[in-house]
Design a protein around this ligand. Sequence first.
Ligand code: LLP
Length: 418
Amino acid sequence: SPFFHFKNGQLHAEHVSVDALAKEHGTPLFVYSQAALAAALTAYQDGFKGRHVSIHYAVKANSNLSILRFFAQHGCGFDIVSAGELERALVAGAAPETIVFSGVGKTRQEMQLALQKRIGCFNIESEAELEVLNSVAQGLNVRAPISLRVNPDVDAQTHPYISTGLKSNKFGIAHERALTVFKHAAALPHIEVKGIDCHIGSQITTEAPYLDALDRLLDLVEAVEACGIALSHIDCGGGLGIQYQNEKPPVASDLWAKMFARADARGYGQRHFMIEPGRSLVGNAGICLTEVLYLKPGEEKHFCIVDAAMNDLPRPAMYQAYHTITGVQETATHNPDTAPLYDVVGPVCESGDWLGRDRHLHVQQGDLLAVYSAGAYSMSMASNYNTRPRAAEILVDGTNARVIRQRDSLQQMLQAEQ
Ligand code: LLP
């Protein structure tokens, strides 16, 4: 990518040598490119000229405050799923009315807090949740702005753990129930119906599921409005995939040109659309640097044991996900045919703790590797498993690099137990 590239044989993030960053800050180390964040955002915004669309960045993808601040300053709202993410968004400078609250299990306390902060919308996922929100809003003597998340029952054709739009998933209100629930919601005294939403899954690499879901959603908009319930927004969720390996996901602006063509044809093209992208805004804006601790040749497999692990980069262990791995020295991936084949694994005491399998690498103990596409669902899913400190994070902007999160200290990890 133009943001992570080799110059004089050395990997750079924009104009900064990542080798120097690793030497200064240690490893494992997450390095993000601000220009890459900006480019990913522009890919969406380019498709929205002449349209009314608001982008609500899904905080869960990467919840670092500096990343959130970047998106807030560039006109984004936020999609949150907890009181913790609400706090992060507000601290990062989000206007409360630009925040939407998703998730199947919002607690009364979370609802209360979000109402007090006057967020823009609750994305309701069940009939039971709607009743509870109505009663919490009553207690505060306010009306809660809501959207109903409907389950369009389309197959996003992605990994089963990150597919959410099928009937068999726990998410959303069944399409067949939606109209009844909308009518009920509109009659509740402390609920204000604002919109409709869906989210069919994540790492979606084809257009068809989006277009199918939009059709299903617009069918409902038509039916709901025919009952005299006006909807002021249509939220299409997130889910657009990125390239980890050979995937060819649609470019955001191309996908949305098709989405709007469909919406135009049905007379909805000038409505207020909302989207909740996460991965496609941050995924390829980050890498994780890790040091080769040991090489361990074996009869069946050679292992390259590195200092990053499943607690830092959980996606391979959880979803058998592929992340590209190269050396920080370009020579590590030269002449792959002559290179030994390694499983790149972490120090955690589990066989599932691998970052890459069967990778051709010319490496030696002490070398640095870079794990790509580590901007989304990596640090935000990191844990202290094996009492390992969570890594530090760096944000690069041109020639400038700044620490946006310090590495956990040993003392910090034990603090809450003392
Ligand atoms: N909106 C809702 C309601 C969601 O549940 C999600 C993600 C998003 C938006 C953002 O989706 P994105 O644009 O990032 O695909 N940990 C998994 C991904 C889990 C996605 C959960 N929901 C992974 O690493 O692949």
